[in-house]
Design a protein around this ligand. Sequence first.
Ligand SMILES: [Cu+2]
Length: 433
Amino acid sequence: MRTSTVRRALGTASALLLIPAFLGSAVSSQAQAAPTATAAAAAATDCGTATAIKKKLPNGTTWTMCWRMSGTKGLVLEKIAYQPRKESQPIKVLASASLAQVNVPYDSGAVEYNDLSDIGFGNTAIDIGAPECPGGTISSAYITQQERNVKALCTSVLPHGYAYRSDIYDNTGHQKKYTKQGSDLVVFSLSQLGWYEYITQWNFSDDGTITAKVGATGDLSPGDYSGAGTGWPIGKGNRDYSTAHYHSVFWRLNFGLDGSARAKVQQFDTKKAGRGTGAEILKTTKTDVTKELAGTSALRRWWRVVSTAGKNADQHPRSWELVQQHSDHYDAHAYTSKDVYFTQYRACEQFASGNSDPACPVARGTSVDKWVNGENLTHPVMWVNVGFHHIPRDEDQTPMPVHWQGFQLAPRDVTAMSPLTPDELSGGNGQGH
Ligand SMILES: [Cu+2]
């Protein structure tokens, strides 16, 4: 079969797409979390009109943050802090984190969508049903555009398998097995834009790793069929070619490392430097990124944001490393042709493209590539672009299996040892090993 035989119930989101006049007003609308019984808790953690989340995971790590729904950006997380088991205070990581654009151009050249700035992930938020949030808690937010409370956020704790495993000998010569299972605090929201449904998800692991990802599911658009070359035959024979397209997803990360907006950015590259006795010699060099940067991924290249305000117990500055897996960036737009941007913070710069905040000078342009213009980087904002070129397949017919794209922030020297290390091993093995 093919997807055109399926009809989606005409919910709010589908209706939005049919009414072009709606689009203009959607851009400026901001949904706010409704006042609830958790208001007192929010105030206690200084969330303002947002709502607090505080969760202690089974291995002792506590994550705290505030959440709210923006009409355009969807789920916005603020004041994200990480408190490993033996830390007396939460370690502040991010002042805010959210999506910054979802750009979907079709290979046929017929259409292109900018889902955040044109339509909005919060405006199109849909209710999460209890079976979709197993073992978790569903929280509501008032969505202005829909004039109702939407069951917009699922918060749960999910296992993620091995944290570690090691068979080692102790100092009496006895072998001992250390093994631990890890878990994540998982928060997600759902948005229904036309035929697609997007899952905006963040996993906060007990070892400090933050995983941001967007899942696309729902249905292939029955209106976007083309021919061989720009589409893939779906269903019987070679009649219906579902058009290939890109999903370029942007995230905007405003760091507040150890409570300070000031942070440093560094790029690392590893290159061959000759031949050793048994293998190639690889040398890793560090480049301080002191000015705004539009970065391109490469093998053996990575970036980190380094705290100017906090060190771990080994006197290493705390930092968070950007871990990008595969990304197929779309090179037809300047702003989608890079993998990461670091720009000097400006409050009016919130969307990677279609940034129409009147507080931003018109001359600065409306996309993130334009904002990289040589300014000193003292308060860096990281924009992560992860592209996925989706060539449909028979299996993608309704309901389309979720395809995910995202990145991670991994702690690098945030604590002197992993917070999951057993106390008896916490003396470390780095020095004099
Ligand atoms: Cu797709």
